[in-house]
Write a protein that binds this ligand. Structure first.
Ligand code: G6P
Length: 610
């Protein structure tokens, strides 16, 4: 939540930062803004207009340095005053923030008692005022020592003092105009640096990027520094210094070359990223299937040694986790308990040393998931993770770190990253029973069939069904592996169309759900050859109450009012693709209702606050 992008270098800083923010827009799109040092003062530009169509011609500045932020509002309404960057009273420095200062009210009360004035409702402004206070005190000291102005060291001291007072997961980036200084500091929320190194020393640069994720600057460089929690990165005069806040001492930056993946950030002729990313899945699933057998076997060894196996994630990633748990159960006979990351407290007592906790996450920076992982590691559990974003904290904390290689997913809804995660789960389950090679063959066949699924005729069927769904409720029913597919489908429909969609195990129907069925209520029933008899009975009970039956199936059934084809069934890897028809239905429902499915209201793709 909230995206940060800063740049120093020879190119136009404003253009570079705006392009970076456009790639980070998935983190929040309530407002965005820039801070640009001009001579000895900070100039700020803020707007509520969309980033993708940003007109930057009025910002006629060709500076070498700029700081940008795209906001997902936590404290304070969506308006220009609350928009970042926030600027100091003297206009000497400006800062942006990602996270929540959990103790901001107490800090603000102290400042108000000292008659400090606030202009915004944000927790971020509290940080600005605290840093101002620290700098004022340091300036007084400097004057006594006959120093005429604040130094970079003063800024480092002030920021680290203030940062240590903040509770919660936070990342700050600050620029100082007079000193041409850029400082970033993190604890819990993401921060990654990239440089185009120059030839002088390994950590001096021609261009520097400081951002919330790697993909936002990966078209410029792959040389990255993963800033760790309680580290501060200081960039001035083409040099980078990394400071450990525990010791207040410099540490050697560990520059590394990150993955070079597909980085295309355009819709490539598609009307939305969502439909592009759905149709890319026949290309992204094979990339996820490239996971090496030895890597899986090392993890399986740990699973075999563990008393308990848990699987976690949040949002769509948790539902995928439940699906993977079902694959492990049904294919490999391994019982993995799914735990929503935000409910970890209730399970912590059950975690023992050497237990394995599998974490699923597209971003690898979800606060709830990281929080759970950190607690489990303190109990000496081993962590395995499946993450899409290279360089993420979750991978760094993992004993077994897998990447899902889906490439940048711009739409807020998880589509191609979900099937990549399921591909990992399927290969893991099959490797447990020594069927890695045959699973790879199944996945190859699956991809071949999937490549034919996105044809015009099929898309039109789904689009015209979306026009028939006019009410406010949709229910989804299935059993076994379809329970998870239903939950993910319901989430996709809710997020994209704002229709209340809810999935139930089909067995729940007679125990309460049936009371919801009225004439014309749309009910999606998942059916394949494993459950046709059972689901036919369920569908008839719904139909008898007037429900409108939408079958998601390969085979027609006389009970279906409408049918959406499952992409594949005659292949046991088809479990990976069962979620695709609902992705498409969610997309067309959004379009039908005039919503932008790439940016659903109120949501952000990466939730780095609790
Ligand atoms: C948010 C997003 C979901 C995503 C979830 C977990 O809720 O809207 O699409 O599944 O966060 O994100 P992660 O990055 O951990 O997969």
């Amino acid at each position: 939540m909230c995206g940060i992008f800063a740049y120093i270098g020879k190119n136009n800083a404003v253009t570079t930062v705006v392009q970076g923010l456009q790639r980070l827009e998935y983190r929040g799109y309530d407002s965005w803004g820039l801070a640009i040092p001009i001579q000895n003062s900070i100039e700020v530009y803020k707007t509520l207009d969309p980033l993708q169509t940003a007109d930057i011609t009025p910002i006629d500045v060709k500076g070498a340095m700029a700081l940008g932020h795209t906001r997902w509002a936590t404290h304070g309404a969506v308006n220009i005053t609350n928009c970042h960057p926030h600027v100091s009273s003297s206009k000497q420095f400006s800062l942006v923030h990602n996270g929540i200062v959990e103790n901001y009210q107490a800090l603000k009360t102290q400042l108000v008692l000292q008659e400090v004035k606030f202009v915004s409702e944000t927790d971020t402004e509290v940080i600005v005022r605290l840093i101002e206070n620290e700098l004022n005190q340091l300036q007084l000291k400097d004057e006594i020592q006959k120093e005429s102005r604040l130094t970079p060291k003063d800024y480092q001291t002030a920021i680290s003092q203030v940062f240590k007072k903040l509770e919660g997961r936070n990342t700050l980036v600050l620029i100082c105009a007079e000193l041409q200084l850029l400082i970033g500091i993190r604890n819990g929320s993401p921060l990654i640096a990239g440089i185009k190194p120059n030839n002088i020393t390994a950590d001096s640069y021609d261009e520097l990027f400081l951002a919330s994720d790697y993909y936002s600057f990966a078209q410029h460089t792959h040389t990255c520094l993963l800033v760790n929690d309680l580290q501060m990165i200081c960039c001035e005069q083409n040099r980078v210094q990394l400071i450990d806040l525990h010791t207040n001492k410099s540490v050697e930056p560990d520059w590394q070359i990150l993955e070079r993946q597909e980085l295309e950030h355009s819709r490539e002729g598609f009307s939305h990223f969502m439909i592009k990313e759905i149709q890319q899945q026949w290309e992204t699933i094979p990339r996820a299937a490239a996971v090496e057998r030895q890597q899986l076997e090392a993890m399986i060894k740990a699973i075999n040694n563990a008393n308990n196996v848990f699987i976690t994630g949040a949002g769509a990633a948790f539902f995928i986790g439940e699906q993977i748990a079902a694959m492990l159960r049904e294919i490999a006979g391994i019982f993995a308990t799914p735990i929503p990351a935000y409910e970890s407290e209730s399970y912590l007592a059950s975690i023992e040393p050497n237990d394995v906790l599998i974490a699923i996450s597209q971003s690898g920076e979800t606060a709830d998931t990281l929080n759970f992982i950190e607690q489990a590691k303190r109990k000496r559990a081993l962590v395995a993770s499946v993450v899409n974003m290279p360089g993420a904290m979750l991978s760094r904390l993992s004993d077994f770190a897998f990447l899902s290689y889906a490439g940048p997913e711009v739409c807020v809804l998880s589509t191609k990253s979900s099937t990549s995660q399921l591909t990992f789960g399927y290969l893991l389950a099959k490797t447990v029973i020594h069927q890695y090679e045959s699973a790879k063959v199944e996945i190859e066949q699956l991809i071949h069939q999937l490549s034919h699924y996105f044809n015009d005729e099929n898309l039109q069927i789904i689009e015209s069904l979306a026009q028939k769904i006019t009410g406010d409720n949709v229910y989804l029913l299935g059993n076994r592996h379809f329970i998870g597919a239903g939950k993910i489908g319901a989430l996709n429909i809710k997020e994209a169309s704002y229709i209340h969609a809810e999935a139930f195990p089909a067995g729940e129907l007679k125990h309460g759900v049936i009371a919801l069925i009225e004439k014309g209520t749309p009910v999606i029933c998942f059916m394949d050859e494993t459950n046709a008899t059972y689901m036919t009975a369920i569908a008839s009970e719904v139909k008898a109450r007037g429900g409108m039956i939408i079958g998601i199936s390969q085979q027609p059934n006389e009970l279906f009012d409408y049918m959406l084809k499952l992409p594949v069934t005659d292949n046991s890897a088809s479990l990976i693709t069962h979620i695709i028809p609902c992705q498409l239905l969610a997309y067309y429902l959004a379009i039908q209702r005039g919503h932008n499915p790439d940016k659903p209201r109120n949501l952000a793709k990466s939730v780095t606050v609790i």
